[in-house]
Design a protein. Structure first.
Length: 141
């Protein structure tokens, strides 16, 4: 059932319980959540955490605390070697079952939102493939 009492369509999120954290530079996380919300209405599947003004230790502690409080094991970040990614990789050292998808784009996040039949970890793996395949260059230059 959806929040308005109607049956959810196949592949449609049944709830808006957070399933993943989006972390990155500036307003990237909030912008991605906003775009997912605008397109699908399911932005609350994600929690946005910006690294703006934070040290590496602060980023890690905030990500860790938020993930633990929500029971979330999936992280999407903007850059493969960015500070949010490094913080999540530190979390992965002592936390089982965590999956990190770096270089996240809107196609990745949209795919994740609608893979409700899968565990969040499996959905993240499939979403990463979708995001990768969505990148292309057009034109002859």
């Amino acid at each position: 059932m959806t929040s308005n009492g109607t049956a959810a369509e196949p592949g449609e999120p049944e709830s808006q319980t957070p399933r993943a954290i989006i972390a990155g530079h500036g307003s990237f996380p909030e912008g991605m959540v906003s775009a997912v919300e605008q397109i699908t209405g399911y932005g609350k599947v994600f929690v946005a955490l910006s690294n703006s003004g934070l040290s590496g230790d602060d980023i890690e502690s905030r990500l860790r605390a938020r993930a633990e409080s929500l029971g979330v094991k999936v992280f999407f970040t903007d850059l493969p070697a960015g500070s949010a990614t490094i913080a999540v990789r530190r979390i992965m050292r002592d936390t089982d079952g965590v999956i990190l998808v770096t270089g996240a784009n809107l196609a990745t996040l949209l795919e994740f939102v609608f893979r409700t039949e899968e565990s969040p970890v499996d959905a993240a793996r499939h979403a990463a493939e979708k995001g990768r395949s969505s990148l292309c260059a057009h034109g002859t230059g």
